[in-house]
Design a protein around this ligand. Structure first.
Ligand code: SF4
Length: 162
């Protein structure tokens, strides 16, 4: 984050205090981390996860959110062991959105069900909604999706404390 960005964020924080509420739209999570109370993550025009800032950064459930969180720089130089999740492939055209889950063409956990059924945004724990058949970092995964496809996907960020 450069000086100009920091100044803009400080200005937004001042406005936030003055007006109590506002919606901030960004193309990445670093700025959101500073000024948001609740965060909605969108992919190809749809919300795929929405929750509090703490839940989003500590226990992201949607694979797209996991990749975004893994890309946020950590201020502590001694924390080097966080897994960076790099997505393969290009974002599909928004006039030719994939059937089923719109994230499936880039999702490392995609299964047959993801191609056939579009996942709904569901509350998986208090105040934490995600649209994924095989959500990560949640005990609700097995309840929602059965045994199929879970493998060892759970817990990618279970130990993160940033
Ligand atoms: S529904 Fe399937 S393809 Fe979509 S994010 Fe979840 S695991 Fe990935």
């Amino acid at each position: 984050m450069d000086v100009i960005q920091a100044q803009k964020l400080n200005l937004l924080i001042k406005l936030q205090k003055e007006y109590n509420t506002f919606i901030f739209i960004a193309h990445g999570l670093p700025a959101e981390k500073y000024i948001s109370d609740r965060i909605a993550v969108m992919y190809l025009g749809k919300i795929v996860e929405i929750t509090t800032k703490a839940q989003l950064f500590n226990r992201p459930m949607h694979p797209y959110t996991v990749s975004l969180v893994s890309a946020v720089p950590l201020p502590d130089p001694y924390i080097r062991d966080r897994e960076r999740v790099i997505l393969e492939g290009d974002i599909p055209s928004n006039v030719d959105i994939p059937a089923g889950c719109r994230f499936r063409t880039r999702c490392p956990y995609a299964e047959k069900k993801c191609e056939l059924v579009e996942p709904e945004l569901m509350e998986l724990e208090a105040e934490h909604f995600a649209a994924c058949h095989f959500p990560l970092n949640t005990d609700a995964s097995t309840v929602l999706s059965g045994e199929e496809g879970m493998g060892n996907h759970e817990g990618i960020f279970a130990n993160e404390t940033n």
